[in-house]
Design a protein around this ligand. Structure first.
Ligand SMILES: [Zn+2]
Length: 63
């Protein structure tokens, strides 16, 4: 999973938005909430799924 920071490509709007997507194709379908313009990517980072790790620890403790 990827975390992304986006900015509206319309300089008059310039709304910044953060989103989480599973693929870069999904990222390309995102548009600005304010004006519907396309978005430009400012930052991309990988989201590590913490929940899966924690659940594995719980199972180990119960066994
Ligand atoms: Zn916009």
């Amino acid at each position: 999973m990827l975390g992304i920071e986006l900015i509206c490509s319309d300089p008059a709007c310039a709304e910044v938005k953060e989103a989480a997507v599973f693929s870069l194709e999904e990222l390309e379908r995102l548009t600005c909430d304010g004006c519907g313009c396309t978005l430009e990517t400012l930052n991309v980072w990988e989201i590590v799924e913490m929940r899966a790790t924690r659940r594995a620890d719980d199972l180990r403790r119960a066994a």
